[in-house]
Design a protein around this ligand. Structure first.
Ligand code: BTN
Length: 243
């Protein structure tokens, strides 16, 4: 894959999008920044990352007319691919916190922000943005965050980690149309953070509930079994996992 390295940029997700020429005939491209001045996270949050220590990059990937309803399939494939690459790098206790926070033990080490280019109800191309904490050691302001380096007490070569993740993602996305979505969902569920454990959640209206994560629906809704053994489905804006 063509890799473009830039020093400072607002957001690699915004930048890589400009490479979309309005057709399907392009090769994937990846933009990696040493520093983002307006790194974006999910739910309009910001993504902070120490300059030069971590990976912040976005891949523009042609999807050749994937249906919008396959959005979660795409998102879960990316999470699975990132975990696979990190597994190969011997990072311990990996999981994905719904929908796509990359966790090592109880720490968030990375995040994924997918922003698709939609044309006539079809995903024409995907902008896959990934922030991965690699060699940063100080997370004073983010007590729930950590990095590869902190998890294994070793420094990593950023290019090597990038290469691993890109090839893992490409390998799965190349065959996205042939992939069995049930298998992907099963694999995603197997790697879910706090699956089958009692957890605390906050609902959109501020109410706290306790329940057990049982998995995800094919559209990516979170399945939570509440105390009365009833399984409820929540979408992203409706629920937040507290612990
Ligand atoms: C999240 O966990 O909230 C998602 C974070 C995604 C951050 C990455 S860094 C590279 C790319 N560019 C951005 O502005 N955001 C994503």
């Amino acid at each position: 894959m063509r890799i473009i390295k830039v020093n400072a940029i607002d957001s690699t997700n915004s930048f890589v999008r400009k490479f979309y020429a309005g057709n399907q005939n392009f090769q994937p491209v990846c933009v990696v920044a040493e520093e983002q001045t307006k790194g974006r996270g999910q739910f309009h949050s910001t993504w902070e990352s120490e300059k030069g220590k971590n990976l912040t990059f976005s891949i523009l990937y042609p999807l050749n007319q994937l249906k919008i309803s396959h959005y979660f399939l795409l998102s879960s494939i990316v999470s699975i691919a990132v975990l696979k690459a990190l597994e190969d790098l011997q990072i311990p206790n990996l999981s994905v916190k719904w929908p796509n926070d990359i966790m090592s033990a109880n720490y968030k080490i990375g995040g994924i922000l997918i922003e698709n280019i939609i044309q006539a109800d079809i995903i024409a191309a995907s902008v896959i943005g990934i922030g991965l904490n690699v060699n940063q050691t100080d997370f004073e302001k983010l007590p729930n965050a950590s990095s590869l380096r902190n998890m294994v007490s070793a420094e990593f070569n950023l290019d090597h980690v990038l290469e691993k993740i890109i090839s893992s993602i490409s390998e799965l996305l190349e065959k996205i149309k042939e992939i069995n979505s049930d298998e992907i969902i099963t694999q995603y569920e197997r790697q879910m953070f706090r699956i089958n454990k009692v957890s605390a959640f906050e609902l959109q209206n501020g109410v706290r509930i306790s329940g057990m994560i049982k998995g995800v629906s094919p559209e990516g809704k979170l399945k939570v079994e509440t105390e009365g053994a009833e399984v409820l489905l929540f979408d992203l804006k409706e629920i937040k996992l507290l612990y």
